[in-house]
Design a protein around this ligand. Structure first.
Ligand code: ATP
Ligand code: MG
Length: 335
């Protein structure tokens, strides 16, 4: 039997190269080996975007299109929308009795995120919402509703999975062996850097190339990418290891990498030429993804059908878990 893997994606924008090389590229490979569920976590996205529902709504479709465009195959994988499965919200309520507020506040991921969200919560954290600190509980519901055995995570998200495992253990110890304890599927890929040289490419950092950026956007972004600042003239030798243009040449596996590197070191290659080559290669790399995305953009009813069918399939699994959970908690009245 294939193991079940549950992947959650918060719909708060489109996917960029950081997502692709950092995570989503591997998901495409995993779908053959595992029973894969892809949850578009709109309820979770609303915990810190409750005042911006349009953004979440629009992004649900964008994420679905991006996933299909990179090669997530709806014949193999189940793509579904979190809010369309009320059992997840129901489970969250029961699990919330099994975790203390103090424990949630001590969760390192939550701690970091609260301090990063000063604009939303204020410096003193006074306006941190119940929904936000509680999102690890809802995440435990996401995972267990589908009997998730593996959850792909980056290192920064390990504390969330640990929280889920604690809830599962507590549930099983009080109500009897009911839920499966999931394990982390730790991504081996490193953080992908931004165009500005920042250690992380990120939406909110404004340093990202999106999978569906137009050729004009790609050109503008790459022409502005950070290179070795010591190189002033075209024939100055430079250090490719601190150049973002060389970094992306490597990332998308441009041809003649050794040549690019040597020419740069020897001052035989100007940055403008190097950027133009990267633009060309980036277009070659992204065009097939964009073409596939365009097909889904032009045929929104196909995307709808995939989401409706995926959600139906996922809901059946969640209903089954809900039954077991209600029975265990002895609230299975008149079943
Ligand atoms: P924001 O700036 O709004 O936080 P983001 O660009 O960081 O957005 P998220 O939606 O927070 O995107 O990313 C979700 C997940 O995607 C991260 O937890 C991480 O696993 C992965 N990811 C995002 N950016 C990168 C990156 N630059 N390199 C590797 N993985 C990334
Ligand atoms: Mg982020």
């Amino acid at each position: 039997m294939k193991k079940t893997i549950l992947t959650g994606i918060r719909p708060t924008g489109k996917l960029h190269l950081g997502h692709y090389f950092g995570a989503t590229k591997n998901w495409v490979l995993l779908q053959d080996e595992y029973n894969s569920f892809f949850e578009i976590a709109d309820v979770q996205a609303l915990t810190d975007n409750f005042n911006n529902p349009e953004k979440v709504r629009e992004s649900v479709r964008d994420i679905a299109i991006d996933l299909l465009a990179i090669g997530i195959n709806p014949e193999k994988s189940t793509i579904f929308i979190q809010s369309m499965i009320p059992e997840i919200a129901e489970l969250t309520i029961y699990y919330s009795n099994l975790v203390t507020i103090a424990r949630l506040y001590r969760n390192p991921t939550i701690k970091t995120e609260i301090s990063q969200k000063k604009a939303l919560f204020g410096n003193d954290g006074e306006s941190v919402t119940y929904g936000f600190v509680g999102y690890p509980v809802s995440q435990a519901a996401d995972i267990t509703a589908f009997n998730g055995e593996l959850v792909p995570v980056g290192e920064d998200q390990l504390p969330l999975l640990e929280q889920c495992r604690e809830i599962v253990r507590k549930f099983n110890s009080i109500y009897g062996e009911t839920l499966k304890e999931p394990e982390a599927y730790l991504s081996k890929t490193k953080r992908i850097k931004g165009l500005d040289g920042n250690d992380k490419m990120g939406k909110s950092l404004g340093n990202a190339i999106y999978l569906r950026d137009s050729e004009d956007e790609i050109k503008k972004k790459i022409m502005g990418a950070v290179t070795d600042t010591n190189k002033i003239k075209k024939d100055d030798p430079a250090n490719p290891d601190i150049c973002m243009v060389y970094y992306y040449h490597q990332l998308i596996k441009s041809e003649d990498l050794n040549n690019i590197c040597n020419e740069c070191k020897k001052g035989l290659r100007g940055c403008v030429q190097c950027k133009k080559e990267l633009i060309e290669n980036m277009n070659k790399f992204l065009n097939p993804i964009k073409e596939k995305a365009k097909y889904y953009e032009d045929n929104p009813e196909i995307v709808d059908e995939i989401l409706i069918n995926g959600t139906k399939k996922a809901k059946k699994v969640a209903e089954n878990t809900m039954k077991k959970v209600k029975k265990a908690i002895k609230i299975d009245y008149y079943d």
